[in-house]
Design a protein around this ligand. Structure first.
Ligand SMILES: *[C@@H]1O[C@H](CO)[C@@H](O)[C@H](O)[C@H]1NC(C)=O
Ligand SMILES: *[C@@H]1O[C@H](CO)[C@@H](O)[C@H](O)[C@H]1NC(C)=O
Length: 552
């Protein structure tokens, strides 16, 4: 403690002495810098912020909030990110700060142009103007040869980026230019020569054309994001040089060809997304990426089997492979290790059973396996999966009865098991499904009565039980879903008895009770529904195709 104080005192003393000797120089520099910061403050005076409260001329600039000085009392850092700053940036003034190494103004509301004065900030090592609302282009910054961090992402920059300026930034570690409406450009050679880069964010900024093999130069890369561009051709084998890669985002481009064989070198890869491309061939090159946490390759033309090794991935929590041409079974241990929470393998040609343990770690939210050729029963484990919000397995060849607890999952929004071979009842524990909006059970062989307790699922908007073998009477309790329920399709079943009077309080946009064994009058307020194929129904109003009810 005491030694710290002593050294503080010494620093203070020596600084004071320095300024005493060179008092003229010091005070000139300090008053210049005060003037510059005062200009900055007044340019941003409309900001809804308190950060400038400490910026008073009675105080040393080095004590201003967000300002750091060097031992000579000269400003080296302006750190005012995320401060609600609004206004245009007086770079003509700021870049007169001769020692400025860091200018951090990200996540503000700065508008107007970034002027070519920026090029005078020659000592800058860190520049963050990202996440603002600037207009116009990024000026030439070829003098900023000391830059190590350059964040300009998501800030409204348009026009041609001064790619040539990057030639001089040999020490650049992070480059983020994504989410700007830049003029179309190929991935420039200046970028793939920045061999120190560990972070390259060029998503959604109009990069087009081929993926240059030179990417393999950037061996330090941890994060490479080129998503939402117009890139074409194959992913180069040289990507395999990037052995430190943790995240690779290539989605929504026009890449073709197969996943490169060299992908197998990327053992540290945790997040890989190349969805929405035209990739073909198989997934086997990903067998060795055992650290994958999230794998997304939806909407491609991938074929072949899901590698059995995926079932052993210990960190995998998210697998999205929908709309491809994948075949064969899913690994049965899939998703059983980490806190797996999402699978969407819909619209493939997958066969075999649903992997039973994807909720084993208690985090499963969405199980989406629509439109495949899955067989077997719904694994009973999912009845004990209270985190599930979507359970959708429609259009498969699944069979058996639905495990009872599925109906009553407390957080489930959608239960969609339509177009399979399920049989057996819907059980009354459906009353526990307080979050259920949509119940799609059509085109199965489900039977038994519709449980009166279904009205306990008070969020229901759509009930579609068509083309099954439900029998017995319509539960009058359904009428209590009058605020929420919009669609009720019970067509093509064996339902009998009269339409309950309570149904008149429903505000349905679609009602289909056709092809059942219902009898008696159709209440006038429901007459827009479909009732054909129920010979026992009659109409109390006029203009109905149903026969009129006999007068009492
Ligand atoms: C975008 O810029 C911000 C700073 O404005 C930075 O923190 C963030 O990491 C950048 N995003 C990416 C993906 O590089
Ligand atoms: C794909 O990227 C383009 C920009 O290249 C963008 O306009 C479009 O919205 C993106 N599509 C999706 C589905 O994100």
């Amino acid at each position: 403690m005491s030694s710290t104080r002593a050294s503080d005192h010494y620093l203070h003393y020596s600084f004071g002495l320095f300024c005493l000797i060179l008092s003229l120089v010091c005070s000139t520099v300090q008053s210049e810098e005060l003037q510059i910061l005062t200009k900055l403050k007044s340019a941003l005076q409309k900001s809804n912020t308190r950060v400038f409260n400490s910026w008073e001329s009675s105080v040393s600039v080095c004590k201003f909030a967000g300002i750091t000085c060097n031992s000579e009392g000269s400003v080296t850092e302006i750190e005012l990110s995320n401060q609600n700053l609004a206004g245009t940036l007086p770079l003509d003034a700021i870049c007169q700060l001769r020692s400025l190494e860091k200018l951090s103004l990200g996540f503000n509301l700065l508008h107007g142009p970034v002027t070519k004065d920026l090029n005078n900030c020659v000592k800058l090592q860190y520049l963050d103007l990202g996440n603002n609302v600037f207009t116009g282009g990024v000026p030439d910054i070829s003098s900023l040869t000391e830059l190590r961090y350059l964040h300009l992402n998501g800030s409204g920059f348009s026009g041609t980026f001064p790619w040539k300026s990057l030639q001089n930034m040999k020490g650049l570690i992070r480059l983020s230019l994504g989410d700007n409406p830049l003029s179309p450009s190929p991935l420039p050679s200046e970028v793939v020569q920045l061999t120190k880069l560990d972070w390259l964010y060029l998503s959604n900024c109009n990069i087009q054309g081929a993926f240059p093999a030179g990417i393999g130069n950037l061996r330090e890369l941890i994060n490479l994001e080129l998503a939402d561009n117009n890139m074409t051709g194959e992913i180069p084998e040289e990507i395999g040089n990037l052995v430190n890669l943790w995240q690779l985002e290539l989605y929504n481009n026009s890449f073709t060809g197969k996943l490169p064989v060299a992908l197998r070198n990327l053992a540290k890869l945790e997040n890989f997304d190349a969805s929405m491309n035209y990739l073909e061939g198989g997934l086997s090159e990903l067998r060795f990426s055992t650290n994958l946490v999230s794998l997304q390759l939806f909407e491609n033309k991938l074929t072949g089997q899901v590698p059995p090794e995926f079932g052993e991935f210990k960190k995998l929590v998210n697998l999205s492979l929908y709309t491809n041409g994948l075949t064969g079974p899913l690994p049965q241990k899939l998703g059983s290790f980490a806190k797996f929470n999402f699978i969407d393998v819909s619209e493939n040609l997958l066969t075999g059973p649903i992997p039973p343990d994807m909720c084993k770690q208690g985090a499963m939210k969405m199980l989406l396996m629509l439109d495949n050729k899955f067989t077997g029963e719904i694994p009973a484990n999912y009845a004990n999966c209270p985190t599930l919000t979507r359970f959708r397995v429609s259009k498969n060849s699944l069979s058996g009865t639905v495990p009872t607890g599925i109906w009553g999952l407390p957080k489930v929004n959608i239960i969609d098991i339509a177009s399979n071979n399920f049989r057996g009842p819907v059980t009354s524990d459906i009353k526990n499904a307080k979050s259920l909006w949509q119940l799609f059970l059509g085109n199965n062989s489900l039977s038994g009565e519709i449980p009166a307790d279904i009205s306990g699922a008070t969020s229901l908007q759509s009930i579609q039980l068509n083309n099954n073998q439900f029998s017995g009477e319509l539960p009058s309790s359904l009428g209590s879903l009058s605020s929420t329920l919009k669609v009720l399709d019970l067509s093509h079943n064996q339902l009998s008895g009269e339409i309950p009077k309570t149904f008149t309080s429903l505000r349905l946009t679609q009602l289909d009770l056709s092809y059942n064994k219902l009898t008696g009058p159709v209440p006038e307020s429901l007459s827009k529904g479909s009732f054909t194929g129920n010979p026992g129904l009659c109409s109390v109003g006029k203009g109905s195709v149903l026969p009129p009810c006999p007068h009492k």
